[in-house]
Design a protein around this ligand. Structure first.
Ligand code: UDP
Length: 239
């Protein structure tokens, strides 16, 4: 599979549909990560995180900022493949086969609520288990996941906690596929609304979220620095 380097993070150059097929074709126990500009910046100053991301089975570009950076660098990335879009497409296809999913992360009660919504949206899917994302020791959680042995494990602890957790539990946790998905359980549970379709289409979901959840505003402050880093990198490559 061809990967495209954006400031050290190697993204899979796939359309959303191709990403679904690629995720399904990964060997059992693989990890999927969906970095946005903020995570790329974090990985640039955290070599362990960079290695974890690049060592994942699938690395998709979550966020229009990544696509802008690809354009700046003259690299070909077909477009965004958001974590929530990829997870939803996988759940939809799994429902037809009676596939099972374990929901791990978010505040107590959120994963259960998300599970109810997933079952009502995709009848046939089996919720293999749930656990909130606030823990001191994860031994019981790992045991619970392994007892359930789900086809898909959604790990929603926020970045980079979820990436580090998945890497440290690779080969320990028994799941078909693990995906690190940030606040996705809050969205499935209906606690956080996705941006209206028009914002999604224009790639302005980040703007909508920043305005409706002011706590997020500090995050998009990272975007200019990220784009500058891409410009500097282009300057270096041209020399
Ligand atoms: N979270 C968690 N455990 C923690 C910290 C965060 O389960 O120790 C959850 C939090 O409740 C939220 C998600 O991780 O559901 C992070 O969501 P956010 O939207 O901040 O993450 P992003 O999508 O931006 O990575």
């Amino acid at each position: 599979m061809s990967r495209v380097d954006i400031l050290g993070v190697r993204f899979d150059a796939l359309t959303p549909d191709e990403a679904v097929l690629a995720a399904e074709a990964l060997p059992r126990g693989s990890r999927v990560v969906t970095p946005n500009p903020e995570i790329v910046m974090a990985a640039r100053s955290d070599p362990e995180l960079m290695e974890i991301i690049n060592g994942s089975g699938l690395v998709t570009a979550d966020g229009i900022g990544i696509i802008y950076a690809a354009k700046i660098l003259g690299r070909k990335l077909p477009g965004r493949v958001t974590g929530i879009g990829l997870a939803t497409a996988l759940l939809e296809r799994m429902a037809g086969r009676g596939g099972s999913v374990y929901l791990f992360g978010a505040r107590p009660g959120v994963a259960e609520k998300a599970g109810e919504k997933i079952v009502s949206d995709f009848p046939g899917i089996v919720i293999a288990g749930t656990h909130d994302g606030y823990f001191a020791d994860d031994a019981d959680i790992v045991e619970d996941i392994n007892r359930a042995s789900p086809d898909l494990l959604l790990v929603c602890l926020g970045a980079p906690k979820q990436e580090k957790w998945m890497a440290s539990r690779t080969g320990v946790v028994d799941a078909g596929l693990m995906m690190g998905l940030g606040g996705v359980l809050d969205v499935y549970a209906g606690n956080v609304r996705r941006a209206p379709k028009l914002f999604q289409k224009l790639g302005l979901e980040w703007l909508y979220r920043a305005v409706t959840q002011p706590s997020r505003f500090k995050r998009i402050r990272k975007l200019p620095g990220f784009l500058f880093a891409a410009l500097r990198e282009r300057g270096r490559e041209k020399k």
